[in-house]
Design a protein around this ligand. Structure first.
Ligand code: SIN
Ligand code: CO
Length: 390
């Protein structure tokens, strides 16, 4: 089956990429996005790193110690003191600040959109990089300006030996298995756990499209917490029909069986798991930033009549699911609401379209449930009124 996204993956295409490479092995795609012009120039990236709400880092290869990490926000003075080369600036979640960068994510919609973490942009001077390391997430490294040498190495785990560095997880050993120089438009996919090391050959800009995957530890802690909050105090350990213990001080296997049975019954609640998962995967990276967009005066119908459409708040993630009873659960920023199944097409539109034009929403304007949902999303600041001026 061919897909509109095939071109991004060169000769490999989406189907083969998903079956052979995704989460399994690295893939270099030459000219994945030819002629891609960076919406953010290096000086603008540096400008972002001066902002309080932006997460940024500078890594200097031979600073006060090897691989010195400095955390932003930075000042102009900080930049004046940097060496000529061998350093890199990394700015996290640029997609949340620059809509044109968020647009790049449209090309990755052959993957679930709720798996996307962010687009990080790095600017590196020759020799600059973050050192040999591995990530727990899948990442696509798009070379946007300049040249960078990427080496990929062994499979790593939390047991892999690290260098003695106070801030960064730099690998002690790197067993190089492949090496390429990436030029503008080239892209390298790296699965979780694969060692990699990118060293700038010239001044360069690299975009990292990163994907989130919760650890099992996170799933257990947060899901059971979510479940626990819904349980009443009355539901507790019970041992009706208890046999007189041989030794009252011994915790016998039957007691543990009883406990295990109750836990299994609780965690087997698949609907609760699905709801929790939707909430968890849509949690905002920076919840306080998402709040900044709330406009108390926004009036949906007046806005639509005046030719405004709706866009996503750039800091909010949206997803939905169909429940067992065919209702729709819409997830936004770690919250959810349930709407009747008849609104599925609207929910799909809301989640998938970055701009909902007044025309696209016209058919829903007579539907009280649809208007209520849109108004709720507007009030929460998850959707924003905006005119499409293109
Ligand atoms: C970088 O852009 O320098 C780092 C990206 C990565 O290795 O994940
Ligand atoms: Co990495």
């Amino acid at each position: 089956m061919s897909s509109e996204f095939d071109a991004l993956l060169g000769d490999v295409g989406v189907e083969r990429f998903l079956s052979e490479y995704w989460q399994r092995k690295p893939l270099l795609i030459r000219q994945a996005i030819p002629d891609y012009s960076s919406p953010v120039e290096p000086d603008e990236l540096a400008g972002l790193s001066l902002e309080e709400e932006v997460e940024s880092r500078i890594i200097i290869k031979n600073g006060s110690h090897p691989w010195e990490l400095r955390r932003g926000p930075f000042s102009d003075e900080d930049y004046k003191q940097l060496p000529e080369q061998d350093w890199t600036l990394l700015v996290q979640a640029v997609d949340q600040f620059v809509p044109e960068v968020a647009e790049l994510l449209q090309r990755f919609r052959f993957l679930p959109s709720w798996r996307v973490d962010d687009v990080m942009i790095s600017y590196a001077t020759p020799g600059g990089g973050v050192g040999p390391h591995f990530d727990n997430y899948d990442v696509f490294l798009l070379q946007v300006e300049g040249k960078r040498r990427w080496r990929v190495g062994q499979h790593c785990t939390s047991e892999s030996a690290l260098q003695d560095n106070p801030d960064l997880r730099i690998l002690r050993e790197f067993e190089c298995q492949d090496e390429w120089v990436l030029e503008p438009g080239d892209m390298l996919y790296i699965p979780p756990g694969i060692a990699h090391d990118g060293i700038a050959e010239t001044d360069c800009l690299t975009y990292s499209i990163g994907f989130r995957a919760p650890s099992h530890q996170e799933v257990l802690v947060h899901f059971t917490d979510y479940l626990a909050h819904q349980l009443s105090e009355d539901v507790r350990y019970s041992d009706a029909g208890l046999k007189q213990p041989q030794d009252p001080a011994a915790i016998d296997p039957e007691s543990i069986d009883r406990l295990q049975q109750s836990i299994l019954e609780l965690v087997q609640n698949k609907e609760a798991l699905a709801t929790w998962f939707g909430r968890h995967m849509t949690e905002a990276k920076y919840p306080e930033l998402a709040q900044n967009y709330i406009d108390d005066d926004a009036d949906l119908l007046a806005g639509l009549n005046a030719g405004y459409g709706l866009i996503h708040n750039p800091c909010v993630r949206l997803a939905y699911r169909v429940t067992e009873s065919s209702e729709i659960e819409l997830f936004a920023s770690g919250e959810h609401c349930r709407v009747p199944g008849e609104l599925k097409a609207l929910v799909q539109l809301i989640c998938n379209q970055s701009y909902l034009s007044p025309e696209a929403l016209e058919q829903w304007q007579q539907d009280a449930g649809a208007i209520e949902l849109l108004e709720q999303l507007l009030d929460k600041g998850y959707l924003l009124l905006e005119r499409d001026d293109e």
